[in-house]
Design a protein around this ligand. Structure first.
Ligand SMILES: *Cc1c(COP(=O)(O)O)cnc(C)c1O
Length: 429
């Protein structure tokens, strides 16, 4: 696509954008002067869809009107409420309906998945994870290794970028799996890296892991709702994601989980709860656990329906926008425009950590502000300045601003104004 470095071009693209109307489905935070914020933080907390608010309100009313009978009454009874989300989740991650479920939170699900899929032996006891994994993932992996009586120093295999590089080369990762594979019990990688925005080749990683006899799972916190995936075809063993980033379902909302159908009938260790028990006999309240023959078997509790209602609102909004492939199409143009503008206006001032190849990047672009002298606070001052000028992004020390123009509610004008504001802030510091 041929981009132009003008506001007119951005306005024209917004007029031509088939998804422009979807923005009206969202509550956009306002600046003090009443103008919309330039909200580029959907990778951290997605904005509120109108439908999420409507569906939550509807369940509050259902509760007020029907009390306990709300479990069985109305169009969306609470008892099977999680099932209303399965189709939407399945399309996002490329799975069968039976392979996905909404339950718990992300880190909790990582633990529950490791209970089933991390079964270390004396010779095969390692978990392969990135050195700079999100801390919660690191803690979860480390504590699982300790829980099984192994030593994280020996059993945590960390993959990192080469010296002087920001992202992990796919081939380096595959080579490591090839070399160490016989001792790897589990590979746990992100779909999209939270700091750099790098997209990993999940298909190749899964294949390489399986060839070596390892289990392969993914943390899709930054991938779900951002990039299309085909978890079923790729044969991934499991995956977990939160729903409050690109899935716009509200702070701390219920997470998603995928287990490939090949494991549904397997006799895996599992921490069980009543919501995973066969639906037909769940309320007989008997003591022999009979797992549902789907990923629902990993459910523990009856889920928080108000939170599921928000997810349902978000998934319906995604459907309204034409689904994940339509979103990705616009996302590529938006991030392409952002790269073009940064390149044209600020190439001497910033470095982009996110891979340029669109196969290896999603909506997020991680912008490193070049150091000037030894002023270690300069980047943060620039970030504070752009925030004061109406931009919401995300700051990471020492010098990185992460922004994600997301296709559901961001416009080409958001992207244009952001780069103008950033250029101005950089000039002033
Ligand atoms: C956002 C995020 C988390 C957060 O975990 P919660 O359990 O939802 O608090 C964990 N891991 C990754 C990779 C994330 O991006």
């Amino acid at each position: 696509m041929n981009y132009q470095n003008t506001l007119e071009f951005a306005q024209q693209q917004d007029q031509l954008d088939p998804l422009a109307a979807i923005r009206k489905q969202f509550a956009i935070p306002k600046q003090t002067d009443g103008k919309d914020e330039i909200y580029l933080c959907g990778n951290s907390l997605g904005l509120q869809p109108r439908l999420a608010a409507e569906y939550v309100k509807r369940e509050l009313e259902q509760w007020a009107t029907h009390g306990v009978k709300g479990h069985f009454e109305g169009d969306f009874p609470w008892m099977p409420y999680h099932e209303f989300l399965s189709q939407g989740f399945a399309e996002l991650v490329g799975a069968k309906k039976e392979e996905v479920v909404a339950m718990n939170s992300l880190t909790a699900n990582l633990h529950f998945m490791m209970v089933s899929f991390y079964r270390p032996t004396k010779t095969r006891h390692k978990i392969l994870i990135e050195e700079h994994a999100f801390p919660s993932d690191h803690y979860a992996v480390e504590s699982q290794i300790l829980f099984h009586g192994f030593d994280p120093k020996q059993s945590m295999l960390l993959v990192k970028p080469r010296a002087g590089e920001e992202t992990i080369r796919n081939q380096d990762l595959l080579d490591l799996i090839e070399q160490e594979g016989d001792s790897i019990a589990l590979i746990l990688m992100p779909g999209v890296q939270y700091y750099t925005g790098q997209v990993f080749d999940m298909q190749a990683i899964t294949q390489a892991g399986h060839e070596k006899g390892a289990m392969v799972g993914f943390d899709l916190a930054h991938a779900a709702g951002n990039i299309p995936m085909q978890l079923h075809d790729w044969q991934a063993d499991f995956a977990c994601w939160c729903s409050y980033k690109y899935l716009n379902s509200g702070p701390g909302s219920v997470a998603g989980c995928f287990v490939h159908e090949k494991h549904h009938k397997a006799d895996l260790p599992r921490f069980a709860g009543w919501w995973g028990h066969d639906k037909a006999t769940r309320f007989k309240m008997e003591n022999s656990f009979k797992p549902i023959q789907s990923t629902e078997a990993w459910q523990l509790s009856n889920p928080p329906v108000l939170s599921l209602a928000a997810i349902r609102g978000s998934l319906d909004t995604i459907k309204m926008a034409g689904g994940i492939h339509a979103l990705r199409k616009k996302a590529l143009k938006l991030s392409g425009f952002l790269r073009f503008l940064l390149d044209t206006n600020l190439s001497a001032e910033v470095e982009l950590l996110t891979p340029e190849d669109s196969r290896y990047s999603g909506s997020q672009i991680s912008i490193a502000i070049n150091q000037k002298g030894d002023d270690s606070e300069r980047g943060k001052q620039i970030f504070d300045r752009i925030e004061a000028m109406g931009v919401t992004g995300d700051w990471r020390y020492p010098n990185v601003i992460r922004v994600a123009p997301v296709p559901q509610y961001n416009s080409y004008q958001d992207v244009y104004h952001f780069v103008q504001i950033l250029a101005q802030a950089i000039k002033q510091h």
